[in-house]
Design a protein. Structure first.
Length: 356
């Protein structure tokens, strides 16, 4: 049986008491489940009404404002990811979850809202649009926002008695203003000192000469026992070129980047999540057992965000970093800042260190 992560263990019992929460925890520590579990616990599946509104936004961190419960995360892909977590956690409770994001059919969303929906996950503009049209009724619901005027508007549609839960790794000034207005006395949880690389083995592969893409030979992936992997690049062009290279080597590979149409991004994310492909080249997506930094990140925050995609919820994970001579200073600095060690990759990798 899996054990709850520290943020889950500390926040879930408090959330179930209807207390407001202001929680800080690093990426990859299970904040999504920490919010979803108590939110779903309070939903009456026999009541045909939206009781949980999970509002996702392009934000530097994740926040959640809970009318009865709310959550906010970055990017449309995370809206889909959050909805999948809700569906998985709520399937035995018969809770109906709907996701809506910009760039998808508004008409289809309106039709869906005339069917039973207990939890709505979406982006701010779309949720506000549906609310103003009168098809998204929030008087019984929860809400999740980035702190923009649209949030203030959405709050007007919420019941007066609301519980607010805010989860993030960082809280910018706008969040403080929001907190002072809507959370005068929150229960504060600060777990930023928790090590988020626990359970993740990290290796580096030093690439001294030639194009880095030549590292991706048929023998390189066979060193790894990959259920699914994410390969991170630092530019759109690199994403497409690398995905093409991996496909030419005979491996199934998708890619996602910001210049793609949202419908296409959603479809790729859905297919990858359902196992249609084992590798994806991108900037951000769901948890997997192997993360490959084809381009080494320039900051420890980015490194944590990427590597935290593996080893989530107590699972073991593996991160492989392709390092060039120019990356040596960033490598040393990130090791020092995170108090971790990135070792040279061995000829053979023991599957026990990242597979369960």
């Amino acid at each position: 049986m899996q054990q709850p992560s520290p943020i889950q263990e500390e926040s879930i019992p408090i959330a179930l008491t209807d207390s407001d929460i202001l929680a800080r925890a690093k990426n990859g520590t299970g904040k999504t489940a920490a919010f979803c579990i108590p939110a779903l616990e309070k939903i009456d599946q026999d009541k045909n009404a939206i009781q949980g509104l999970f509002y996702t936004h392009n934000a530097p961190g994740r926040y959640s404002l809970k009318a009865k419960c709310c959550y906010s995360c970055s990017h449309e892909e995370l809206a889909l990811q959050t909805s999948q977590v809700c569906k998985e956690l709520g399937k035995h409770l018969k809770i109906q979850v709907m996701v809506t994001t910009g760039g998808t059919s508004l008409k289809d969303d309106i039709v869906r809202l005339y069917q039973p929906v207990h939890v709505l996950v979406g982006t701010p503009g779309r949720i506000l649009d549906l609310t103003k049209k009168g098809v998204c009724i929030l008087k019984d619901s929860s809400l999740s926002p980035e702190f923009q005027p649209s949030i203030e508007q959405l709050i007007r549609y919420l019941p007066a008695s609301r519980q607010i839960l805010m989860f993030s790794a960082t809280f910018p000034v706008t969040v403080k203003e929001f907190k002072d207005k809507y959370l005068p006395k929150p229960y504060v949880i600060d777990l930023m000192d928790e090590l988020t690389l626990k359970g993740i083995t990290q290796f580096m592969l030093l690439w001294k000469k030639g194009k880095k893409s030549t590292a991706l030979t048929p023998s390189f992936p066979r060193q790894l026992q990959i259920n699914q992997s994410i390969i991170f690049c630092n530019s759109v062009n690199r994403v497409e070129l690398l995905a093409k290279k991996i496909t030419e080597l005979g491996y199934s590979c998708f890619y996602i980047h910001a210049k793609m149409l949202q419908d296409h991004r959603n479809r790729v994310f859905h297919d990858f999540r359902n196992g249609a492909c084992r590798n994806v080249v991108c900037t951000d997506i769901q948890a997997v057992n192997v993360v490959i930094n084809f381009d080494f990140p320039k900051s420890s925050e980015t490194y944590l965000h990427r590597v935290g995609r593996s080893g989530r919820f107590g699972h073991l994970g593996l991160a492989v970093n392709l390092i060039t001579y120019e990356d040596r200073f960033n490598l040393y600095r990130i090791e020092q800042e995170l108090g971790t060690e990135i070792k040279p990759i061995p000829p053979q990798i023991d599957q026990a260190i990242y597979c369960q």
